[in-house]
Design a binder for this molecule. Structure first.
Ligand SMILES: Nc1ncnc2c1ncn2[C@@H]1O[C@H](COP(=O)(O)OP(=O)(O)O)[C@@H](O)[C@H]1O
Ligand SMILES: [Mg+2]
Length: 357
């Protein structure tokens, strides 16, 4: 669907979910070499994202969430070695040249970051910055660019868009700045929008507004959204599917309702139990689980969570593979918690918007 051809007020909710995954990642691995040491940051991550769906990638700081998506975007430093496969709309992203990647980035796949202030140019007006993004992707007249800028600002539900066009980033609130960043990311009508801790720096109310906006965009435009957060509560509230990462690996993955009604991996369980205790500002990247996340330059033998896990025994010296143990529910654990019919979601508002399927 082209936004240029379809005025925003005529866009209908589409909830496009058919036609297979728009992004398929298979056995993605990222290794850095630093001071002669090899750091295994991402160790064989596989997932799919469907059109019009929101996937949340969650896990503590350092679990490899950002490196995973930066690998997809071709945004890692030259010290990174990437292997595996990531197919976006039939195109293999791994091993793409910088030139090819620049065409894909921003066109088919866009990313928004935690700090909107740093993503924007402080010396350019909002209108000029969005215009630049529009012109990069489309050959259009000046009037069409101006129309499209306003359309994008309305799409991201910017209050008083005509006024904002002439303002500069410092004149906007944090939430409005993040809306501008999202408008820029949407200028090319990407198939996949990645939000890496995009609401972490915002206050709770603004965070909810931006999350509602992302959910709304995935419904109206059919954009697949990959939302990265260390906040399990946020994922529970908004995502269709949740993937939990630990030490560069996926340790549990399921549709949101399924996951939270039956958490199996002790690490996920620990994250769930930690939620009500988080009285800290949401931007403090605290370690919410007892013990320390593993050092990626010193891999743990067997299950990476073993040193912190109360259920660990000698079985766990052999790494449990991520296995689809129940329909739609994969986890990597020899001694899972719970079991069918054991809700682990006390105090957690799962799918508060009531649109989870
Ligand atoms: N450029 C880099 N060079 C070396 N190590 C890196 C680099 N970027 C990230 N890492 C390491 O990769 C691991 C995963 O990082 P990251 O994906 O940023 O975690 P998060 O889950 O918090 O987003 C961390 O141990 C981090 O130190
Ligand atoms: Mg990160």
């Amino acid at each position: 669907m082209s936004l240029l051809r379809t005025p925003v007020d005529q866009l209908q909710p589409t909830a496009v979910t058919d036609g297979g995954p728009v992004l398929s990642v298979d056995d993605l691995r990222v290794t850095f070499t630093r001071h002669g040491r090899r750091i295994h940051a991402v160790k064989g991550v596989s997932f799919e994202v469907q059109r019009g769906r929101m996937l949340a990638i969650i896990g503590e700081s350092g679990s490899g969430k950002s490196v995973t998506v930066r690998a997809l975007m071709g945004l890692l430093p030259p010290s990174a070695q990437v292997s595996g496969s990531a197919v976006l709309d039939g195109r293999q992203l791994v091993g793409m040249s910088d030139k090819q990647m620049r065409q894909v980035r921003g066109m088919k796949i866009s990313m928004i970051f935690q700090d909107p202030a740093r993503s924007l140019n402080p010396t350019m007006s909002v209108g000029a910055q969005i215009s630049e993004a529009v012109r990069t992707h489309q050959q259009v007249s000046r009037q069409q660019v101006a129309d499209r800028v306003l359309e994008l600002l309305r799409l991201v539900r910017m209050p008083a868009p005509e006024k904002r066009v002439h303002q500069f980033p410092h004149q906007l609130s944090g939430g409005m700045r993040q809306r501008v960043v999202i408008a820029i990311a949407l200028a090319s009508e990407p198939d996949v929008l990645i939000a890496d801790e995009a609401t972490t720096a915002l206050d709770v109310t603004t965070q909810a507004q931006i999350m509602d906006l992302l959910v709304d965009l995935r419904e109206r435009l059919g954009t697949a959204v990959v939302m990265i957060s260390h906040d399990l509560g946020l994922a529970a509230s908004y995502a269709d599917e949740v993937m939990v990462m630990y030490a560069g690996q996926v340790v549990e993955r399921a549709p949101t309702q399924t996951l939270f009604s039956n958490v199996r991996m002790p690490y996920t369980q620990a994250l769930v139990e930690a939620i009500p205790q988080i009285a800290h500002p949401s931007h403090t990247l605290l370690s919410v689980v007892g013990g320390h996340p593993p050092d990626p330059s010193h891999p743990v033998q067997g299950c990476p969570f073993r040193p912190r896990c109360a259920r660990a025994d000698d079985d766990c010296l052999a790494a449990p593979p991520l296995t689809m143990h129940e329909p739609d529910h994969a986890y990597a654990c020899w001694h899972p918690v719970g079991g069918p019919g054991t809700p682990a979601t006390a105090g957690l508002a799962v799918g508060h918007r009531g649109d989870m399927s």
